[in-house]
Design a protein around this ligand. Structure first.
Ligand SMILES: [Zn+2]
Length: 211
């Protein structure tokens, strides 16, 4: 993902209008999402920070990681967060045949009981979108990228971008992965503090939310 795209360009949203880019609401609600877990060194920390702010979020898990760390996955759900499917092996849709892409998602679904789906890297072909929709999935994208994974960016820059771009109904992407932790450990508590003081609440996404 190009780091200039903190805010998803309108043209992409128009082209892929069947996907959920943000939640239509006037309520001061923010939808935080965490991709690529469960990760034993990171996810429990994220859960404890969210708990401290009474915040709910959505975790797009990699099936393979759920198989390796089922206890963290269970803890996440028990804490009242939503979970979603992020394929079994973090596949790049652009480089994967649509049949294999669907099979890999179905494999992950054996371990992740959810009709929410987010394509890894945000890269997905129109045919894959059609197949997943037909299978009943809600495809969840984002409108704000934290860029937590970008190790060339300092946390202050990431934080300022988050504050500037997050609006009521925003879907914000973070990663509960090792690579993102350096920035995440700074920006997540700061963001929760800032928007809580501004009167916002943090909610999880449900499959019934329509684009
Ligand atoms: Zn991912």
């Amino acid at each position: 993902m190009n780091r200039l795209f903190y805010k998803t360009p309108t043209i992409l949203r128009l082209l892929f209008g069947k996907l959920l880019w943000k939640i239509k609401t006037k309520e001061k609600a923010i939808y935080l999402t965490f991709d690529d877990g469960p990760t034993p060194e990171i996810t429990p920390w994220v859960l404890s920070v969210l708990d401290a702010f009474d915040a709910k979020a959505t975790f797009f898990c990699i099936g393979k990681n759920v198989v390796q760390h089922p206890e963290i996955f269970q803890t996440t759900q028990k804490a009242g967060h939503a979970v979603g499917n992020h394929t079994h092996n973090h596949l790049n849709g652009w480089k994967t045949a649509s049949k294999s892409y669907l099979e890999n998602t179905t494999e992950a679904a054996k371990h992740i009981d959810s009709m929410l789906f987010r394509p890894p890297y945000g890269k997905i072909k129109p045919k894959q979108i059609r197949l997943l929709k037909k299978a009943g999935y809600s495809l969840v994208m984002w409108d704000v990228i934290s860029a937590d994974f970008d190790q060339t960016l300092d946390s202050e820059t990431c934080y300022q971008n988050l504050i500037r771009h997050t609006k009521p109904g925003s879907i914000v992407v973070f990663h509960d992965s090792q690579k993102a932790y350096e920035n995440l450990k700074v920006i997540l508590p700061r963001m929760l503090t800032y928007f809580t003081e501004e009167g916002y609440v943090f909610k999880s996404i449900t499959p019934t939310q329509k684009p």
